[in-house]
Design a protein around this ligand. Structure first.
Ligand SMILES: Cc1ncc(COP(=O)(O)O)c(C=O)c1O
Length: 401
């Protein structure tokens, strides 16, 4: 069965990569970009760059308008109530660091920060550092055999000492959706703050942060077909009031003298310095492009392609999947084959997949693995990409076994 992608031609880099003999299946690391984004970047730079929120002149007004339009588009994309709840950062990592520093004053020795065993380093290390700084306890929610956070264990571990819960929506290693409503309800029952790492989840389907009911939600534009260098921190208004600035500089002050300063509220109070203006405008254009797609058709395509990937892997001997992926990707190891040898042979054949610990070392160590191969899909991939991958995999395995 063929699974073509009707959106492939919208992404010029896919054809360019194909001319270079490359099949790109590393989309959980970063994605290729739609023509609509390239046009928006060219338009901005070709028509006059200007700084935002500070200049009186016309180019400054145009740039500020386009920048704030993007904020509105992000708010709409997440169904946030108000664009003032959208803070632009440099990525998911910087959004999570902003939270770990900006909420630090709320923690007292002995308080608990709860994360899960599958977190990306971006949603582990900032909390680990906060725990060290404030003498807190880091509590790790275990997973079930499918790679989903174990809710029974979570019910025991989330309690009156829990001050904050920070978890991924969709694992970048296992590809499993996590049970957010249940976990958020447990945290809220103990008045804990809640942070969702949407870096992978935001890419698949539409998400509604108001329905979800989390305090904070973060993602990176570059994984959602947008430009790199920009990320998003959504915060509920009441939660944002508790957040303190972490970085200080231009455009975030209300008033300053040599010895003291007062800061603006969100969002500008958390956007010190010149922001990534072109990237923010480009993210807005990318969201316009994505909003114009038939979301049901995209979801059906992603599901069909994922099914094709899983069936192809299951049909081959000795492949061990990590957990039970629901969508978007699959990570695996192969009996008797070292993942870096396999990755090397796949690379030689122009297959761009990821090998290693996927920035989740503790998870891989817990599974007794040094690394795994990950194939990750995007809306522009098709079954021919996967056929090329399987062909290369079979040839590599013939050599290695
Ligand atoms: C689940 C998850 N969280 C956070 C990140 C960090 O994103 P960035 O490197 O864009 O800040 C990633 C990136 O791979 C991720 O997969």
């Amino acid at each position: 069965m063929m699974i073509p992608s009707p959106w492939r031609a919208d992404f010029p880099a896919i054809a360019a990569l194909q001319r270079q003999g490359q099949t790109y299946l590393d989309n959980a690391a970063t994605t290729q970009k739609p023509q609509a984004l390239l046009d928006a970047l060219t338009h901005y730079y070709a028509n006059g760059a200007a700084n935002v929120h500070r200049a009186q002149h016309l180019p400054g007004a145009h740039a500020t308008q386009a920048f704030e339009d993007s904020r509105r588009k992000v708010a709409q994309w997440l169904n946030a109530g108000d664009r003032g709840q959208i803070i632009f950062t440099h990525g998911a990592t910087s959004a999570l660091n902003l939270l770990a520093y900006g909420l630090e004053h709320l923690f007292h020795p002995g308080d608990e920060v709860v994360i899960s065993a599958l977190e990306h380093h971006a949603n582990l290390l900032p909390w680990q550092q906060l725990v060290h700084r404030r003498d807190l306890k880091l509590v790790i929610l275990p997973l079930d055999a499918d790679g989903v956070i174990d809710l029974e264990a979570a019910a025991d571990l989330i309690g009156p000492r829990t001050r904050l819960l920070a978890i991924s929506q969709l694992s970048n290693v296992i590809g499993a959706w996590q049970p957010l409503p249940e976990l958020l309800a447990m945290a809220k029952a103990h008045n804990a703050l809640t942070v969702i790492d949407g870096a992978q989840g935001v890419v698949h389907g539409r998400h509604d942060v108001q329905a979800l009911g989390c305090d904070f939600y973060v993602f990176s534009s570059h994984k959602l077909y947008g430009p790199d260098g920009v990320g998003v921190l959504f915060g509920r208004s009441e939660a944002l009031q508790q957040l303190r600035p972490w970085q200080f500089g231009g455009e975030m002050v209300l008033d300053a003298n040599y010895h003291d300063a007062r800061f603006r509220p969100a969002p500008l109070g958390f956007e010190a310095g010149t922001p990534p203006i072109a990237s923010v405008i480009g993210l807005g254009a990318t969201l316009d492009y994505l909003a114009g797609l038939d979301q049901d058709a995209v979801s059906a395509h992603e599901a069909a392609l994922h099914d094709y990937l899983l069936k192809g892997l299951e049909a081959r001997n000795g492949i061990r999947l990590l957990g039970k992926p629901h969508l978007a990707l699959a990570s695996f190891t192969i009996e008797g084959v070292h993942n870096s040898d396999l990755a090397h042979l796949l690379t030689e054949q122009g297959i761009a997949v990821r090998a290693g610990h996927h920035c989740a070392m503790p998870l891989l160590k817990g599974l007794g693995l040094a690394g795994a191969i990950r194939v990750s899909l995007a809306l522009y991939n098709d079954s021919e990409d996967l056929e090329r991958f399987f062909e290369a995999l079979d040839q590599a395995l013939e050599l290695l076994r």
